[in-house]
Design a protein around this ligand. Structure first.
Ligand code: 13P
Length: 246
């Protein structure tokens, strides 16, 4: 795994304020000291922090992303919404789409598909989250769910070069549990099999921490991690990166 180019994407969710950014100095230093290593750090803070964060990271290799966007490429009367153009304008290079926390609020595959299309048009890289719930897993529907989320989410998108898939089993997020090695292997292989030639990079997300990396590192087709809780703590985040690349 260490020879691969690995992604470490921090999803801060609805956490963080301007003061939080001071805590990033440790990660910036770590990134500068490890310039030759093959990994990419991406921070996806709340929208309120994209601009200040991207300014702070200007002279580093760390990039910034957003956690969601409106599906319209054009500006419009959509109260409280932000589109991909606006996100790019303040420094975002990535956008997380289809996160289960938004699917649980009613976001459907066809809406996610529109968001992906407008974000591609803007020039953002997309981290498309997919994953089954505990109920679906118990009903042995994992592959069926992953297939639907991939097919509908990426419907009529020919050029997938900007797409990164993040497999996040819903039952693992924030729960401190990760899938068994064999199950994770199966799910990641299944995702890979849905892409004919050049499959996108595939990340794993759900309770990633320095202690369970020994299991996660064994999965050959994982290209990195989408990290929630542990990414808010610079020491924990750096530990995850160190344990993966060493
Ligand atoms: P946790 O790492 O807190 O389980 O969150 C995972 C996640 O939802 C990342 O998008």
């Amino acid at each position: 795994m260490t020879n691969k180019y690995m992604y470490f994407v921090a999803n801060w969710k609805m956490f963080g304020d301007l003061r939080t950014l001071n805590s990033l100095d440790k990660v910036i230093k770590f990134s500068k000291n490890n310039k030759k290593n093959k990994f990419k750090i991406v921070y996806c803070p709340p929208n309120t922090l994209i601009r200040p964060l991207s300014r702070r990271l200007k002279k580093t290799k760390i990039e910034v992303g957003a956690q969601n966007c409106h599906h319209s490429y054009d500006y419009g009367a959509h109260t409280g919404q932000v589109n991909s153009t606006m996100l790019k304008n303040v420094g975002a290079k990535y956008v997380i789409l289809g996160h289960s926390e938004n699917r649980q609020l009613g976001e459907k595959d066809n809406l996610i598909n529109l968001k992906i299309k407008s974000s591609i048009k803007t020039g953002l890289k997309i981290i498309l989250c997919i994953g089954e719930t505990l109920k679906e897993r118990r009903q042995n529907k994992t592959n069926q769910i992953l297939k639907r989320q991939i097919e509908k989410g990426l419907k009529s998108i020919k050029n997938k070069s900007k797409i990164i898939i993040a497999y996040e089993p819903v039952w693992s997020i924030g729960k401190g549990v990760i899938p068994k090695e064999a199950d994770l292997n199966k799910a990641i292989s299944f995702i890979k099999s849905r892409f004919v030639k050049k499959y996108p990079k595939i990340l794993y997300g759900g309770s990633v921490n320095a202690n369970n990396l020994s299991v996660l590192k064994k999965i050959p087709n994982i290209d990195g991690f989408l990290i929630g809780g542990a990414s808010q703590n610079p020491k924990k985040f750096i530990d995850i990166i160190k344990k993966t690349i060493n």
